[in-house]
Design a protein around this ligand. Structure first.
Ligand code: 5GP
Ligand code: ZN
Length: 114
């Protein structure tokens, strides 16, 4: 997707601060962190939203969660705790239409919804 900012980050034509990468998954620091630790975990292939995930993506989704576990451990927040968030479409608050899971940590997080 040529007009997708996260695809550009995957390609390297937009910079990012990477914290994890494998063949299928990339994770980088959110540009506007909402917590001391705020990482975005994305599939390298373009999937617009959770609604567009298919059964064939099962292994890929498992890899995203495996990456989250590893990143939380590497950044030292696995024990203190963290939150994984996926926003879907307008009412979910999705702004970037390339599937991503937010990993938030580093402080006691407040209410799940406002
Ligand atoms: P959404 O609201 O779609 O779930 O979250 C999109 C997230 O992407 C926001 O937290 C926003 O700060 C982050 N973001 C938007 N543009 C960029 C960018 O160019 N680089 C990085 N690292 N994060 C971005
Ligand atoms: Zn994309």
């Amino acid at each position: 997707m040529s007009d997708c900012i996260f695809c550009k980050i995957v390609e390297g034509s937009l910079p990012s601060t990477k914290v994890y990468e494998d063949d299928d998954v990339l994770a980088f620091r959110d540009i506007q962190p909402a917590a001391p630790v705020h990482v975005l975990i994305i599939p390298k292939k373009h999937i617009a939203t959770m609604n567009d995930v298919t059964d064939e993506d099962g292994a890929l989704i498992a890899k995203i969660f495996a990456a989250a576990r590893k990143i939380a451990a590497d950044l030292g927040v696995a024990e203190s705790g963290y939150r994984l968030v996926n926003n879907v479409n307008r009412d979910g608050g999705q702004v970037v239409y390339h599937l991503h899971v937010h990993l938030l940590a580093g402080r006691k997080l407040g209410a799940l919804v406002q």
